[in-house]
Design a protein around this ligand. Structure first.
Ligand SMILES: [Zn+2]
Ligand SMILES: [Zn+2]
Length: 333
């Protein structure tokens, strides 16, 4: 039995370890953790984003990648890695963007972390708020939720994260359009992916899992495809790496998150992983296989997409969820 308090040394050198990968049996020091994360991320990035030697457009303009940052550890690690891997390319421009949800005590400090990080890397930084998009601040949305639930069955029992997720998605698309991004990179880690896959399975929504990023294999017209270069990196490793690198990051949690389904899923995935190390990787491998089978089975048949009659965004409904929610908000003003 290994004493939990004893500091293990790195499996690759003599330095003390900062992380234990139960799924691989390895202990890694900060330096070897950093090189391991960089290697896995750049391999995944190459697979999700096949850039030609010169990625510039025909008119000579640069290939633009919008990196969505939140001030948290995941997107901080994502931006520094993307900058490290692609920063020297003259044909590619990285732009960072942060969505301001309007959550008091949470967004102001995290936005500052995001801005600091972008400035330290000399990466252009853009923000967009829910108010600028024509929604309300999240703090206001939350106070109107009971009224919206009374007015509409569909809104009944919805959690703040349901609104926030829809608005943020719309906001990121708007930011991508504003900066003319060719692709958008998101900081989802392995735990995020495993949680989403599990939640979609629980809800019987395989098609939602199939539509999870990366989208570069099956892009949808008019929307910057999303890539998720960190999707194989466990949250704990990203956290340890961000601390070792002293990246500016905000540690606070969103005050509206408690009660969300993701919180339960987080606990279940953590338990699964501790009982069966490698379970998260297994879930994501399963999804990739399901996605492959799904694509094979649906070859040639275009998935059914409409344009929202209100805003023109791509949706499976007549009026997209964002516009529907905007309507609910207007009714309760
Ligand atoms: Zn080492
Ligand atoms: Zn719409």
């Amino acid at each position: 039995m290994v004493d939990a308090l004893a500091v293990e040394s790195c499996s690759r050198c003599n330095a003390s370890a900062v992380i234990h990968q139960a799924y691989s049996g390895q202990h890694l020091c900060d330096r070897h953790l950093a090189s391991s994360i960089r290697k896995r991320t750049s391999k995944e990035l190459r697979q999700q984003l096949r850039l030609p030697k010169d990625a510039r457009h025909e008119d000579g303009s640069l290939y633009r990648i919008l990196v969505a940052i939140s001030g948290g550890k995941d997107s901080a690690v994502l931006l520094t890695l993307m900058h490290d891997i692609l920063g020297r390319r003259r044909d590619v421009e990285l732009i960072s963007g942060c969505i301001d949800e309007g959550i008091d005590g949470y967004r102001a400090p995290s936005l500052e972390c995001a801005r600091q990080l972008a400035e330290s890397l000399d990466v252009r930084f853009e923000t967009l708020s829910y108010e600028e998009m024509g929604y309300e601040r999240m703090d206001e949305v939350v106070t109107r939720m009971p009224a919206m639930g009374e007015n509409h069955d569909e809104a009944n029992g919805m959690m703040p994260c349901s609104y926030c997720g829809v608005f943020r998605r719309q906001g990121l698309n708007a930011l991508a359009q504003k900066v003319n991004a060719d692709v958008m990179a998101l900081g989802h880690n392995l735990d995020d992916m495993a949680q989403s896959i599990l939640m979609n399975l629980q809800n019987g929504e395989i098609d939602r899992s199939v539509r999870l990023a990366p989208h570069t294999e099956a892009p949808i017209d008019g929307i910057a495809p999303r890539i998720v270069p960190l999707r194989w990196i466990p949250e704990q490793e990203i956290h340890a790496h961000a601390i070792c690198q002293s990246l500016p990051m905000y540690h606070g949690d969103c005050p509206h998150a408690p009660g969300a389904m993701r919180q339960q899923s987080r606990g279940i995935i953590a338990d699964m992983e501790s009982i069966t190390p490698g379970a998260r990787h297994g879930l994501l491998h399963s999804l990739d296989e399901i996605r492959r089978l799904h694509r094979e089975a649906n070859q040639g048949s275009r998935s059914e997409v409409n344009n929202c009659t209100e805003c023109g965004e791509i949706t499976s409904r007549e009026v997209c969820q964002a516009c529907t929610m905007k309507q609910w908000l207007a009714e309760t003003a």
